[in-house]
Design a protein around this ligand. Structure first.
Ligand code: BDR
Ligand code: CA
Length: 307
């Protein structure tokens, strides 16, 4: 089976950390690189966290790149109230000798899309600033990128405001550029990721894998769950790994073709992904939107591959 070349654009983040390990350990994927963006925490920290996760998981050959430090127009809004000051509170990840690559993440994205014309899949699980910048810098990548599978948005309720999900809310202008780019797009939103919940039982199953990696991830997820629970009374959701799981096995998530427009101006609706089935006032569909997920099978894949 030919592996799918993937660049993972992320802002670790607890669920991003799980997504990194899942992408690196999935036989379906060739993880060409990890690009980091400002989101859950500042970009210096998301890059440092990606390196630590790679160090912990023994991913010594996956290059890590630092990207945009700020959204295109907004001030950066972080999610330290959910992921902690480090972005990965809850476990002490061992220091690593791995270092960030000298190339900027945006240049790396462009270069690799040209190296793998019509083959590269981008899995985007943070704000879309790096991807939008790459499109602005080199518009030809819109013809050459195979697909973007992103975690972000919602047909229903948001999680930062009633209208908007975090990754889109942080940089709606970037999201609009990406959704309007013409690159084949799959949007994995809160409607499905909120079905993949971290329970005590799941954490125990991960811990029982016995390895130090599994132990660290169990502690991280327990902290993430407690943090979400204290804020909202709800269980935490494993958002980002769903996007990776979709690339590995598209049968896990059902999608529908829709027109998705990004609201950038509304006083109460900025960052909303406005989803319409099929054509919207004559506008062409531009994304496959996740409408259903097999959560038990996603967890099975995650637990097996964290082992
Ligand atoms: C998204 O926001 C971030 O906090 C998570 O890492 C995920 O990418 C969920 O709304
Ligand atoms: Ca994320």
């Amino acid at each position: 089976m030919k592996k799918i070349p993937v660049i993972l654009d992320c802002d670790p983040g607890h669920d991003d950390a799980v997504a990194i390990v899942l992408a690196a350990r999935s036989p379906e994927i060739e993880l060409v690189g990890i690009t980091c963006v400002a989101g859950n925490v500042e970009v210096e920290q998301t890059a440092a966290n990606a390196l630590k996760v790679c160090g912990l998981a023994g991913l010594r050959t996956v290059p890590v790149f630092k990207g945009m430090a700020q959204p295109l127009l907004n001030e950066l809004l972080t999610a330290e109230h959910i992921h902690g000051k480090s972005g990965l509170d809850g476990a002490e990840l061992p220091p690593t000798d791995l270092t960030v690559q000298p190339t900027h993440a945006v240049d790396f994205l462009i270069e690799k899309i040209f190296t793998f014309p019509h083959e590269m899949t981008i899995i985007a699980i943070g704000p879309l600033t790096n991807i939008a910048m790459a499109i602005l810098r080199e518009p030809r990548i819109t013809e050459l990128t195979k697909q973007i599978v992103l975690m972000g948005g919602a047909m229903g309720m948001g999680n930062v405001t009633p209208s908007a999900e975090f990754n889109i809310y942080v940089d709606p202008e970037a999201a609009r550029i990406v959704f309007n780019s013409g690159i084949p797009l799959t949007m994995i939103g809160l409607d499905v990721t909120h079905q993949v919940l971290v329970s005590r039982d799941i954490i125990e199953q991960i811990r029982q894998n016995g390895t130090s990696l599994a132990h660290t991830f169990a502690s991280l997820l327990a902290w993430y769950n407690a943090s979400l629970n204290a804020l909202s009374g709800e269980l935490a959701a494993m958002h980002d790994p769903c996007a990776v799981a979709m690339v590995c096995d598209p049968s896990l998530i059902a999608t529908e073709l829709m027109r998705v427009d990004i609201e950038t101006r509304g006083e109460f609706t900025r960052g909303r992904t406005v989803c319409a089935r099929g054509f919207s006032a004559g506008r062409m569909p531009n994304a496959r939107v996740a409408v259903g997920i097999n959560a038990p099978r996603v967890w099975k894949m995650l637990i097996e591959r964290l082992r």
